[in-house]
Design a protein around this ligand. Structure first.
Ligand SMILES: NC(=O)c1ccc[n+]([C@@H]2O[C@H](COP(=O)([O-])OP(=O)(O)OC[C@H]3O[C@@H](n4cnc5c(N)ncnc54)[C@H](O)[C@@H]3O)[C@@H](O)[C@H]2O)c1
Length: 364
């Protein structure tokens, strides 16, 4: 089992461990009971994950002699809202959750974000641990303490920075993950390769098929690298005041495309095109090497990820969503661009003409 520590300011959030293994739920149960002792644990998961792994985990915990309950909600981003959150809170009360309980967030990013947010406010906060079950959650959302629910006005508008007490990653849980969901996570791994780790990028180029077959060693390599990069960035900038913004590489335009397609384009696909857009702009404005743009495009194509924006998604709509992006400050939209592979920076604003031409150029 691989372990690494997220070192945060002890007085503010405290440090915690990320543990990565394969087929290790039994060991995780023991580690959680030892590292996060509690009189009562509550597993929060969604309807899919609870069927696949919820009862399995609960049974293992009971066998280990700890008191455990489970609450669930319907799977999907549509559930990441305040109404479902309140329904979960009432369920938590019904099963006797109190300040001596620990919450276990078992699921993808939706579970992790919502369970983490509940943990941050339930009875003025409870400890929680993350047991991520999607590749997206294992390489990204379970680490770093960003928690939130969506509002009708936009995604993640109500939330808090609230760090988990531990992140327990079992790579075997990815066996059952549908391909589209696997690809959503793979896009984030490509992102880390581009912004931080050219060795990881080369590994992806050399081992893409093995990774997509979910080979144990290949998964271990990419998840471990991703966690190391994410934790390193969070350690420097826990509250996203500077460096952590580089993790939005490809996401600014990606989110706008995703929303303008009325979520008909998956998050992973939208970020894939968003990354292509970001390197295209970087090439035009900052001499990012054309051959590296082509390397990225080749990798995306091999992974079955899109490089183009469908004509049905309106350029003006994407532009107006970019203007509304919550990460903008005043009238400036911050883009993560690159001077070269592994060297991202926050750009203070891309001229609208360049944005329009780039989006139009990616239409197919
Ligand atoms: N907090 C952060 O830092 C952060 C970072 C990135 C994304 N996010 C958030 O994460 C969310 C997306 O997360 P996601 O991509 O994990 O989606 P998700 O949680 O909706 O999971 C995707 C689907 O896979 C199913 N699933 C989960 N694990 C499975 C498994 N092992 N086998 C079979 N099916 C499984 C789920 O039930 C769901 O239907 C978004 O809400 C996004 O805003 C948060």
């Amino acid at each position: 089992m691989k372990k690494m520590k997220v070192n945060l300011d002890r007085k503010v959030s405290g440090s915690y461990e990320i543990c990565i293994g394969y087929d290790v739920l039994d060991r995780f149960v023991m580690m959680i009971a030892k590292n996060q002792p509690a009189s009562h644990y509550v597993i929060i998961s969604d309807s899919n994950v609870s069927l696949l792994y919820g009862e399995v985990l609960a049974e293992k915990m009971r066998k280990a002699g700890v008191k455990v309950d489970a609450v669930t909600f319907p799977a999907g981003e549509e559930s990441k809202n305040i109404e479902v959150m309140l329904a979960l809170v009432r369920e938590l009360l019904r099963v006797g959750t109190d300040r001596s309980s620990v919450i276990l967030a078992l699921g993808g990013g939706v579970v992790g974000d919502m369970a983490g947010f509940i943990a941050s406010v339930f009875m003025r906060s409870l400890p929680y641990v993350q047991i991520p079950t999607t590749l997206m959650a294992q390489v990204d959302s379970s680490i770093g303490g960003k928690t939130a629910v969506d509002l009708p006005e936009g995604k993640n508008l109500l939330g808090a920075f609230y760090q988990p007490r531990g992140v327990y990653i079992d790579l075997k849980l990815l066996d059952t993950l549908p391909e589209t969901e696997f690809n959503n996570g793979l896009v984030e791994v490509v992102k880390y390769g581009v912004i931080d780790d050219t060795g990881l990028f080369s590994f992806l180029e050399d081992n893409l098929e093995t990774i997509r077959r979910r080979d144990r060693n290949a998964l271990e390599r990419i998840v471990e690298s991703a966690c190391r990069i994410k934790k390193g960035i969070v350690e420097i900038d826990e509250k996203e005041q500077g460096l952590r913004r580089v993790l939005n590489f490809g996401h600014t335009i990606g989110h706008a495309i995703e929303a303008e397609s009325a979520y008909g384009i998956s998050h992973g696909n939208a970020v894939s095109v968003g990354m292509v857009a970001a390197v295209t702009i970087s090439e035009r404005l900052y001499n990012f090497p054309g051959e590296d743009r082509m390397r990225l495009e080749r990798l995306m194509r091999r992974a079955g990820l899109p490089l183009h924006i469908p004509r049905s998604v309106a350029t003006e709509g994407i532009l107006s969503r970019l203007r509304m992006d919550k990460k903008k400050e005043g009238s400036t939209i911050h883009f993560v661009l690159l001077k070269k592979m592994g060297m991202p920076f926050i750009n203070g604003g891309v001229p609208e003409g360049v944005l329009r031409e780039t989006i139009e150029g990616l239409k197919k």
